[in-house]
Design a protein around this ligand. Structure first.
Ligand code: PLP
Length: 508
């Protein structure tokens, strides 16, 4: 039998601490003269003083107390800081909507191949055939998975894909000879949806979700008009529920000449099972750094390719990759294109990882991902239904959204539950989103977790529900395990200290 990973979850034996060191700022470390490099002796005359090469205005003043450190100082500093944090390689990370699935190491192995890492983006097409082929084929796979007519890999993230998609919708209406004014979206939408519509110059009309947590087609029909450029929706939506009236919804929008944008961040739940093109979707973005396992969570590069139907193809970001006569080429000659969305062709290393992921799984593996993601989420949903309130209890797919209604009776909030989970060794779920659920706890286990891990998480969540009944006061001091317990999040957001100053040490 598998030995449980964690200590039995009684009050006194929360997960054992590892070896964690306190860590000063780099500015508090070092000693003058230390350095992290050693260069061979210069074999050319060192005659040119900086002042003779650069204008005075371009030369930086010396930085006071600039730390001088060895390579080992720096490596230990950043490695220790990394140990203060969660990572998908060390812990379960059920952050709803974000799809924090494990990133197989083979993805990194291929992305590290020198042929890719040392390939300069200005290399001519004729010498870039391998990289172009990889991008072309990745586009083909994303087309196959979504059913969309064409795909561009350029956008650097989901929100950036949304921007590319909505700019194409904007360009389409302009080309029709009449720009429209509004974009309709449900109140469960991710914040990037209204932000994108606004950035494209549209005013945003929100429609409330119905009692099922879904879009009400009658309500939509009553406000959809010929001033509306598009409806932006997410399917499955941010409650993890499939929009069962999707065909009615897309018909209503198309009847009035509008287009339908689908936020594809939740593709994990349906890929290989159904294609969004069959639902009447006109534009879709993919989050390669969610559904297709490329790394995220540390603010690293992502990729948000965008897929469109036939009639939007002329507006795709340029250049596009073409394949004919056995040659791959970049076509910049695209008159209706919305232009370039990103320097060069997107975050190429991320594209290599997603390509590897799709090729290693194959069509059956991709389908299995969706099945296991849905199974895991439902296992958690049905295991915790007694302890936690489920505001919308229709069938759900790859994530489930509870809230703190039961625990609030004892003044234990979603925030408290999330912080306490850290002491049990789990990353908290997404909290207070989607906004339509008060005190939301949005759990997305993903398909990469074993039943043992899910069982330990469920046990911790049950224990926390019990503590909320019996010892609500213990929540105020949680979490106790991490080096930083409860930072003042509002102060950190409103008043960030981004620059080190000697006085900040003295005053805090
Ligand atoms: C993550 C997410 C986005 C934004 O994607 P980024 O890659 O973070 O820009 C948009 N919508 C939903 C539903 C998401 O989960």
């Amino acid at each position: 039998m598998n030995k449980p990973l964690r200590q039995s979850l009684n009050d006194s034996s929360i997960a054992k601490r590892g070896l964690v060191f306190n860590e000063p700022l780099l500015f508090e470390m070092g000693s003058p003269g230390r350095q992290a490099y050693s260069l061979p002796k210069c074999d050319v005359p060192e005659e040119l003083a900086l002042e003779t090469i650069l204008p005075a205005a371009e030369i930086r003043d010396p930085i006071e107390n600039f730390p001088e450190l060895t390579e080992l100082d720096v490596v230990r500093h950043f490695t220790r800081l990394s140990q203060w944090n969660f990572s998908i390689d060390t812990n379960f990370y059920p952050l709803g909507s974000c799809t924090m699935k494990y990133n197989p190491k083979v993805n990194n192995a291929t992305a590290s191949l020198p042929g890719f890492t040392q390939h300069h983006p200005y290399t001519p097409d004729s010498l870039s055939q391998g990289s172009l082929q990889l991008m072309f084929e990745l586009q083909e796979y994303l087309k196959e998975i979504s059913g969309m007519h064409s795909v561009s890999l350029q956008p650097a993230a989901g929100a950036h894909g949304e921007l590319a998609g909505m700019l194409m919708i904007h360009a389409y209406h302009s080309a029709q000879g009449k720009q429209r004014k509004k974009v309709i979206l449900p109140d469960s939408a991710h914040g990037t949806n209204p932000a994108t519509a606004t950035l494209c110059g549209y005013s945003v009309i929100q429609i409330p979700s119905d009692e099922r947590g879904l879009i009400d087609p009658n309500k939509l029909e009553s406000i959809m008009d010929e001033e509306t450029a598009a409806v932006m929706l997410t399917n499955p939506n941010t409650l993890g529920m499939f929009e069962t009236d999707i065909l009615k919804v897309t018909q209503i929008v198309h009847k009035k000449g509008g287009l339908v944008y689908c936020d594809g961040a939740n593709l994990n739940a349906i890929m290989g099972k159904t294609k969004v093109s069959t639902m009447g979707i006109d534009v879709l973005h993919f989050n390669l750094h969610k559904t297709f396992s490329t790394p995220h969570g540390g603010g690293g590069p992502g990729a948000g390719p965008v897929g469109v139907i036939n009639k939007l193809e002329p507006f795709l970001p340029k250049p596009i990759i073409e394949h004919s006569g056995g040659q791959y080429t970049l076509n910049h000659d695209r008159h209706s294109s919305i232009g370039k969305m990103k320097a060069f062709y997107g975050n190429f290393g991320i594209l290599v990882r997603a390509y590897t992921y799709i090729r290693s799984l194959g069509p059956d593996g991709i389908k299995k991902v969706a099945e296991m993601a849905v199974l895991n989420a439902n296992y958690i949903k049905f295991s915790l239904g007694e302890q936690y309130h489920l505001p919308y209890d229709g069938p759900s797919l790859h994530e489930c959204v509870f809230n703190d209604q039961h625990q609030l009776k004892n003044k234990v909030s979603t925030q408290d539950i999330a912080k306490m989970l850290i002491d049990y060794g789990f990353h908290p779920p997404t909290v207070y989103f989607p906004l339509i659920v008060k005190g939301a706890l949005m759990i997305e286990p993903t398909e990469t977790e074993s039943k043992e891990t899910l069982d330990e998480f469920i046990k911790a969540m049950k224990k926390i529900a019990e503590l909320a009944e019996t010892k609500p006061e213990v929540f105020h001091d949680s979490p106790q395990i991490p080096v930083v317990s409860r930072p003042d999040e509002i102060k950190a957001a409103r008043n960030p200290k981004l620059r080190w100053q000697p006085t900040c040490l003295a005053s805090t």
